[in-house]
Design a protein around this ligand. Sequence first.
Ligand SMILES: [Fe+2]
Length: 128
Amino acid sequence: MAEQNGIYKCNVCGNIVSVLDAHAGTLVCCGQPMQLLTPKTSKDEGREKHVPVIEIKGKKVTVKVGSVPHPMLDSHYIMLVQLVKGNEIVNGKRLKPGDKPEAVFTVEDTAGIKARDLCNIHGLWISD
Ligand SMILES: [Fe+2]
């Protein structure tokens, strides 16, 4: 069973997929099950440059990765920033090397909102 809005990675070829509509099947790539990325938190090594920092002003939500800005090099960068509420994705933005490691969103209801980001090397991270 795939996880709704889960992000999976193939540990052979590096394919990364996001589940839009979860069903019973197992996600397979290169002949083996894909790995569900479990978000790391402020308790994990590397938190300073990876745990997203959320700033809310009215409906404007700014997400910076992280408390020390993450590098945005061709070889090491933040690929994705998303706002999540429980298991739902509220909004998201793809980033590329050279961008600032941040994203700005407009959100009607910010209650219970968290942010998560995906580093191409260090995986998935979520705010407290
Ligand atoms: Fe990283």
